[in-house]
Write a protein that binds this ligand. Structure first.
Ligand code: ZN
Ligand code: ZN
Length: 471
């Protein structure tokens, strides 16, 4: 889960995948994909006010991400400020500062294979070359195929700073099967069960709202049978050409279902169950594509070890990952040899020191320590961060997130006044809030004077509390 705090130091006034706290002050926003941990604050009152009241503040994303946001009713207030950037060509984006002057930055979107619409952002300009990966899975060899990473003569571009998804940066996840291998295992499990009896049906249990579409596409293509999804999900998919062909909103025209999100009570082999989408009892085989369970102790590289069957249950876990394995991540970093690296995810059961250590290990490509990149870790989201769970991306989660986000700064103030600030806070944070407050000082005749003054006072209060708690 991402703990990237949104600000890209090298690009003043830009925030990516985080829309709360001091990010409110940015002028240019980027969204890499539609998972809750990358959308913190996107629906908060602060952020929506900022979009409404500042004419030149925009949110940039890929076409499919924009489509998903427009299909989900909960993001309607953001839609008028979305600007779609195309894949495959570089675009010039004007980044405004608070005095109205602009800096031109070239932005390229690179598909990440993580979920529909997910992209990396490559920024090129006077500040150098910055790559923000968002969540991604590129297999070994993929990175060499993207021309955006290469000069015209084919040599690899110098990346000054890499902000990277380190979800599986752990020796426990040395490798994962290729997507093709995972799909083939999954299709065999489906075919064998459907052939075993006429009452047999399949339920594909997905871990997150978006991220299993490649599975649906592969299954539909290989088995010639669409996957039933619920109406809400179908509304999103029906305008994405390649996914639309793989899914259906008719529960009676298929034996493969993924229509009830997240949980399904386990069933033993012989028990029949009634799918909520239709009045017919079936014997269900549940297939759960997932990666977390498949540590190096479980998955040894063989096809057999990429499947786990639960005892006495018709439940199969198939190793399928939307994030790079340790080996893939190592290959990616060694290929690009960035000058600086910032980890954006703290892997499960790991501390900052462990991540730094592993990143140092995968960054050995020169002869001496002078070739080593500078390595940092994103600030861990703590008390003022919004806890979001990719696996429970639901309306309830979003509601909670919105409430938390809209009151996020008040939480900071309250906690700070009690002397309870998380240890990660430093004088720098207080300084950022103070500078923001300074810049928000309304000028005479400013139509947004009241809003600016209110936010300004709040930020000044936060700065004062932070100073008090740090000293
Ligand atoms: Zn994600
Ligand atoms: Zn169904």
């Amino acid at each position: 889960m991402s703990c990237f705090e949104g600000r890209v130091k090298e690009l003043k006034n830009v925030s990516i995948d985080c829309f709360e706290n001091s990010n409110i002050y940015s002028t240019t926003y980027f969204l890499s994909h539609c998972h809750a941990d990358h959308m913190r604050g996107l629906r908060s009152n602060f952020f929506l006010k900022r979009l409404d009241h500042e004419a030149h503040v925009y949110l940039y994303c890929s076409e499919i991400t924009a489509h998903i946001l427009s299909s989900e009713n909960t993001f309607s207030e953001v839609l008028h400020k979305i600007k779609v950037l195309p894949l495959g060509v570089s675009s010039i984006v004007k980044i405004l500062d608070h005095n109205g002057s602009a800096e031109d930055v070239t932005v390229s979107l690179i598909p990440t294979g993580h979920c529909p619409g997910a992209v990396m952002f490559l920024f090129e300009g006077e500040m150098g070359r910055i790559l923000y990966t968002g969540d991604f899975r590129l297999c070994e060899g993929d990175v060499s195929r993207f021309r955006q990473f290469h000069y015209l003569d084919g040599t690899v571009k110098v990346i000054d700073k890499l902000y990277v998804d380190t979800t599986f940066l752990s020796r426990r996840y040395q490798r994962f099967p290729s997507r093709t291998a995972s799909m083939s295992i999954l299709c065999n499990l489906i075919t064998s069960w459907l052939h075993e009896g006429h009452d047999n049906d399949i339920y594909i249990q997905t871990a997150a709202k978006y991220g299993s579409e490649a599975v649906f596409i592969a299954v539909a293509k290989q088995l010639g049978m669409k996957i039933h999804v619920n109406d809400t999900t179908y509304n999103v998919y029906k305008n994405i050409a390649e996914i639309k062909e793989a899914v259906t909103d008719d529960p009676y025209c298929t034996r493969i279902h993924a229509c009830q999100q997240y949980k399904w009570p386990f069933r033993s082999r012989d028990k029949t169950t009634i799918l909520p989408c239709r009045n017919k009892s079936s014997k269900l085989r549940i297939i759960r594509p997932c990666a977390m369970t498949f540590t190096s102790k479980v998955y040894d590289g063989s096809l057999e070890s990429a499947v786990l069957q639960s005892d006495d249950q018709e439940l199969f876990r198939v190793c399928y990952s939307c994030h790079c394995s340790y080996g893939e991540l190592e290959h990616f970093i060694k290929y690009l040899k960035p000058r600086q690296i910032q980890a954006c995810v703290i892997p499960q059961n790991m501390e900052e020191a462990g991540i730094l250590d592993l990143l140092k290990k995968v960054s050995r490509w020169g002869n001496g320590s002078s070739d080593m990149p500078l390595i940092t870790v994103s600030k861990k989201c703590t008390k003022n961060g919004i806890s979001s769970d990719m696996a429970t991306f639901s309306t309830t989660a979003l509601m909670k997130q919105e409430n938390a986000a809209s009151s996020g700064n008040f939480v900071v103030v309250e906690e700070a006044s009690r002397g309870n600030m998380p240890i990660e806070w430093s004088n720098d944070d207080a300084e950022i809030y103070r500078l923001i407050a300074e810049d928000l000082k309304p000028k005479i005749g400013d139509p947004d004077a009241i809003i600016k003054q209110n936010i300004r006072l709040e930020f000044l209060e936060i700065a004062a509390c932070l100073n008090k708690s740090v000293v």
